[in-house]
Design a protein around this ligand. Structure first.
Ligand code: SF4
Ligand code: SF4
Length: 106
């Protein structure tokens, strides 16, 4: 077998640059939530967790940490239309924040 000296080779670099990560913001209309935790279960990045507080209906609602990728799975599975997400930095983000009720989480 022939020994290959790799020390003098040029470093390997990717041909295609890595795409920018997708960032989103998730909002919860907490008084609509019925505490089923489907959104928490389906979130692929584990951004959502159960609140310690109760909403007006007596349920624990989801709270969001950083790291949402705007995949909208939580939006799809929520039976109460209580959670929605937007692309971070989009013009819709401000409106979404306003649409979430006073106790909503951004
Ligand atoms: S949009 Fe996707 S990543 Fe963001 S909170 Fe919902 S399920 Fe999680
Ligand atoms: S899926 Fe909807 S109703 Fe269920 S915990 Fe999440 S926000 Fe609340």
């Amino acid at each position: 077998m022939i020994a290959v000296d790799r020390a003098d080779r040029a470093p390997r670099v990717p041909v295609v640059s890595r795409p920018a990560p997708v960032r989103g913001r998730v909002f919860v209309q907490r008084d609509r939530c019925k505490g089923c935790e489907l959104c928490i279960e389906f979130c692929p990045t584990s951004v959502l967790s159960r609140s310690k507080d109760f909403n007006a209906r007596g349920y624990h609602y989801p709270i969001a940490a950083a790291g949402c990728i705007n995949c909208r799975l939580c939006v799809t599975v929520c039976p109460e239309y209580a959670i929605f997400s937007v692309a971070a930095g989009s013009r819709g983000a401000a409106g979404a924040a306003a649409a979430a009720n006073a106790g909503g989480q951004a």
